[in-house]
Design a binder for this molecule. Structure first.
Ligand SMILES: NC(=O)c1ccc[n+]([C@@H]2O[C@H](COP(=O)([O-])OP(=O)(O)OC[C@H]3O[C@@H](n4cnc5c(N)ncnc54)[C@H](OP(=O)(O)O)[C@@H]3O)[C@@H](O)[C@H]2O)c1
Length: 355
């Protein structure tokens, strides 16, 4: 199948990058539905390139789909989904920052034999049973949720499919925290580094998600569950990089208030430096437990040499023994995330329509 029907939820930064990057894919996407938080444009025969570009341009100019010619209010557009699901196979994309609100739609798509591809982590970090229900279909993929476009989930699948046993995964997966720590090590105050990362699109829509360690804990959970470990989010211990009480503020106020935490991180960085080490925000996933937090690492280690927007994971397996497999690549970014989504769509081609 060279043309794949897709329903895109989320025409934000990642969604718009996906539309752009899809032009380079070795298959073409037919967008039969495009949604934002206000509404959707539905076209059973596919939106034309011009119609799609108009939506992208309008969203880039902060307009809402419901207000555009051809845009339907959200509930009305959602009511069109059963018809789209019934009229042939396709892939539902959750590239939203909508929490887990799309869970019922993802379930409906999978029940109809469709595939689903997620850049949004939230539907994967709820109850373990839901994760198992979705992944047992073999038609739910989520590469972009960990390490953006750096293949991590696909690599774990490769290892597991070969019958190997992954004993542990350790390293840095959040490009955002790597970027922030590199900037702070260079002398920039935490609050300024966070503001710059947010403006470049490196952080979660609300940057507190990154600083509380919650976002990286979610990634650890997704990795753990991919390995088959029966873990819930609350079982992953996370060390925060900012005061917990700031997290409820809206992003702009959060960024303004964050300056009060600048000193604490600067002190920890200076302490590590005195001991000839450096700080990295790490995750560890294994049968012996899962945690995420700030740790001092030796200057000569690969983790210390990885600066900025980098994912580094050491994967220890039974077969590879004392030589862990190392993944090293970009940790976040809009194009990279879009590439992870496209790779997943490509992987699903052969499986669509199979129930
Ligand atoms: N940025 C990265 O490097 C990166 C990397 C990996 C994963 N991700 C994940 O990718 C997702 C999108 O990130 P982003 O940076 O593109 O966020 P964003 O710019 O805030 O865009 C989010 C989009 O989701 C839409 N949306 C919200 N609720 C919706 C709903 N119920 N139905 C349909 N659309 C809905 C929003 O609509 P409105 O425009 O109407 O608000 C917006 O278009 C997030 O889950 C993020 O964690 C991002």
């Amino acid at each position: 199948m060279r043309e794949i029907r897709v329903i895109l939820f989320g025409l934000g930064r990642v969604g718009r990058a996906l539309v752009e990057e899809a032009r380079r894919a070795p298959f073409s996407l037919k967008f039969v539905g495009v949604f934002d938080s206000t509404g959707g444009a539905v076209a059973p025969n596919g939106l034309s390139d011009r119609e799609l570009q108009e939506l992208v341009d309008a969203k880039g100019a902060d307009k809402s789909i419901a207000s555009l010619p051809g845009g339907l209010p959200y509930e009305e557009a959602v009511a069109e989904l059963p018809g789209l699901f019934a009229s042939g196979p396709g892939v539902l994309l959750d590239l939203t920052a909508a929490g887990d609100t799309l869970v019922p739609l993802i379930r409906a798509a999978l029940d109809a034999g469709w595939g689903a591809v997620l850049a949004n982590k939230l539907p994967l970090v709820g109850p373990l049973d839901l994760f198992r229900e979705f992944t047992s279909t073999g038609r739910l993929r989520y590469e972009a949720t960990v390490g953006a476009g750096t293949p991590v989930i696909a690599l774990l699948e490769y290892l597991l499919n070969s019958g190997d046993v992954v004993k542990s995964i350790q390293g840095m997966v959040s490009g955002t925290l790597g970027y922030l720590l590199a900037a702070c090590e260079g002398g920039m105050p935490l609050s300024q580094a966070v503001r710059e990362a947010w403006e470049k699109g490196y952080t979660e829509p609300h940057p507190a998600q990154d600083l509380l360690g919650l976002d990286i804990a979610r990634k650890a959970l997704i990795l753990a569950r991919t390995l088959g470990l029966p873990v819930e989010l609350h079982e992953i211990k996370a060390d925060p990089l900012c005061s917990a009480d700031l997290a409820d503020l809206p992003p702009q106020e959060f960024l303004a208030a964050l300056a009060r935490d600048d000193g604490e991180l600067a002190r920890r960085i200076a302490g590590a430096k005195r001991r000839g080490r450096t700080l990295r925000y790490l995750l560890r996933v294994g049968e012996d437990g899962c945690w995420v937090g700030l740790r001092e690492v030796e200057m000569a280690s690969l983790l210390a040499r990885a600066r900025g927007n980098i994912t580094v994971l050491e994967i220890s397996t039974e077969r590879f023994g004392s030589t862990p497999l190392v993944v090293y690549g970009p940790g976040s970014g809009l194009r990279e995330t879009a590439c992870g989504v496209l790779a997943d769509i490509g992987q699903l081609r052969a499986r669509l329509g199979q129930r």
